[in-house]
Each structure stands twice: as C-alpha cells, then as structure tokens.
Ligand binder design. Sequence first.
Ligand code: TXA
Ligand code: MG
Length: 379
Amino acid sequence: MTDVIRVDPAHPDAAALAHAADCLRRGGLVAFPTETVYGLGVHALDRAAVRRLFEAKGRPANDPLIVHVDAVERIHTLVSAVPDVVAALSARFWPGPLTLVLPRSPHVPDEVTAGLHTVGVRVPAHPVARALLGAAGIPVAAPSANLFSRPSPTRASHVLDDLAGRIDLVIDGGATDVGVESTVLDLSGDVPTILRPGAVSREMLRAVLPRVEQRSAAASSSGAMPSPGMLERHYSPRAPLTVYDGDAVARLVRDACAAIAEGHRIGIMAADEDRAALSDVERHGSRAAIAAGHRIGIMAADEDRAALSDVERHGSRATIVYLGSERDLATVASHLYAALRELDASGVDRILVRSFPGSEGLAVAIQDRLRRAGVKPVA
Ligand code: TXA
Ligand code: MG
C-alpha cells in the first residue's frame, strides 16, 4: 500500500511532513516534489533501505544517487574535500537545481555512489523538499521517482502510475516547476564538467567558474559511458520517438507522411516555424490518417494551434499536446515529460519531434532529454 498525503506546495503542513520524515528515518521510501521533478527519497546512510529503493525502481545498481540536504553545511559529512569554488557556487545556486559531484566521504554507502569515489550532492529549493529535509534531519538520497527508463515524474500522479504499491508514501505537492532534472556538475576532476545539462546553464555557471566544460553529445553516443548512470537512452516513452534537428523538418514531414501511409498512428511535436512545412502532413497525412481511422498524437507549440485546428475539428481521435511557445522554453520544459507520458498513454505507436533550437540555457537541457528519449536522432 502506498499512502498519499496532499500538501500546500508553498506552505506544507508541518504535521504531515513530520510523519513523512519519520517514515524516511525508519528506512521508508517517500516520494516528494522538488523544484525539478519528483524524487524518491530514502535515508542515504541506510544501506538496506537504499537497496530496497533500487529494487522498487528497477534501477541498475551502477547508477549512482544524488544525496539531498537542506543546507550547504550538511555536505561536509558526505564529502571528503570541498573545493574553493563550492562556496561561490552554493551561494549563487543553492537552494536550486544544481547537483555537485565531489570526492565522497567513507560514510556514504557504496550502494548510494555505485562504488564510485565521488558523490552527488544537492540542496533543493522546493518548500516541501526543504521542509521534509529539515524535519528528517538526515541526508536523503533521491533519484527521480519513476520506474527505470520511464520519463521523470513532474506530478504525483506520474509517481503513482509507475510506483503505486512499491513505495511507502507520496507527498503530493502539485506539478513541479522546472520539469527537467538538475544540472549535474562534476567538480572532482581538473576542469568542472557538466555531466547533465539543466536549468542552471553553462552560461550561468561561467559567471562563477572561469572554465566549464560540457560533456559532449558525441562522446556520450560513442558507446563508452563517461560515468555510470549516464545512460544514453534513459527517458523513454513506450512509443518510439524520433528527434529531428531544426533544419531537418522536411525529413520529418516526409517520414511522417510515409509512416501514415504505412498505417502507423503517429504523433508530431512541432514549432511555430514548421507550420508551412507541416501543412503537407496536415492536408495529406493527418487528416487522411484520421479519416482512415488511425489514432494520431501530435506534440506542438502554442503557435501551432491555428494550423492544427483543422486536425482537431476533423479528428476526434487525434491527440494533440501543446508544450507552450518556443520562445518560452521554461514552459516547454515544464510540460515536456507530462506530454511524453500523455502521448504514450494515448496509444500512438510513433512520436515525431522537432527539437527546440538554441545552444544556451534550457534549450540545451530540452535537446538532451529529447535526444535521450529518442531512438533515432535524424541529422
Ligand atoms: O533534479 C534532480 O536531480 C532529481 C531530483 C529528485 O533531485 N534527481 C535525479 O536523480 O534526477 P536521478 O537519480 O534520476 O539522476 C541522477 C543522476 C545519475 O543518473 C547520474 O547520472 C548522476 O546523477 N550522478 C549521481 N551521482 C553521480 C556521481 N557520483 N558521479 C557522476 N554522476 C552522478
Ligand atoms: Mg532519473
């Protein structure tokens, strides 16, 4: 049985959190909202509980966990060295969506770090996470609260879809704000390196760090895993998803038409600029597919509404998800995983996505997640 407690995300009830904190201290598995995604918390120093967490998620043991604390002072018992830059980084970005990878202390169990000599630590900003960590008074290891290889949960209902009956408690604090997981910054080597892009962008980090490397996409798709857990295909909807770079929209359109002709039920996620290019799919593809009885899913930007209204009118069996304006990537990011889950649940057998362009800020994180959710990136 998994209990669910609803709390006000801005002012969570102290008694409810005391109960959840007690559950954590006793080795329970408690899902809670952070500003990025829902985490599945466990007492970070309780090996048996950590092993139960890996079992509940179906997560491979070589994928290390991030340890959450409520203040920077609390990382000292978890790490064996604190580089000078941590003071500036924590002053600027904590509490917030930044994880620092640091040399580990021997107190941290191997189960948490996957046997690495480093540990990831983070001070989350969400009022519920902060209050829970404060009440628990222990370091809390928390991966995203999804089954392994499913999209991270941004609502309590996503957690229950994946983990109901497998964990003790879900604290429902509504939808999360950022929608993609924290930036993971490795400070254990010579040059600070972003292992996973997130809302704290490379440009923001450069304001504090003279040099920041970004682990390159090319390196990560070469087969060699630069760090355990950095699995290339990770955030996967059940329907195969193909990501097309911004300049490959013509190929998206061709592939979409071909897939429809082959009888596939397709979904498309588009941006405003694609309207003209997609009119072909709409005229010959989607409407024809709907007329032929196919159930299609479409993921689109707010700007695509007018262009897609035809599809909506003609096709009660079409699934269209609007992510938001392409000029508002914070909104797009916050809706991304929910949209993948929704399209997936709607029964489409193929999702075609145009990436949201940009080489800075959240665009990098969105592209990273889409690329990792996709089977085939198309050049
Ligand atoms: O926003 C987030 O970071 C969320 C919330 C709950 O805090 N947590 C999250 O955890 O995304 P998880 O377990 O789904 O992803 C953590 C990733 C690992 O898969 C791994 O890639 C990286 O962080 N990581 C953790 N510890 C590491 C370490 N010692 N060295 C390298 N990478 C590490
Ligand atoms: Mg995860």
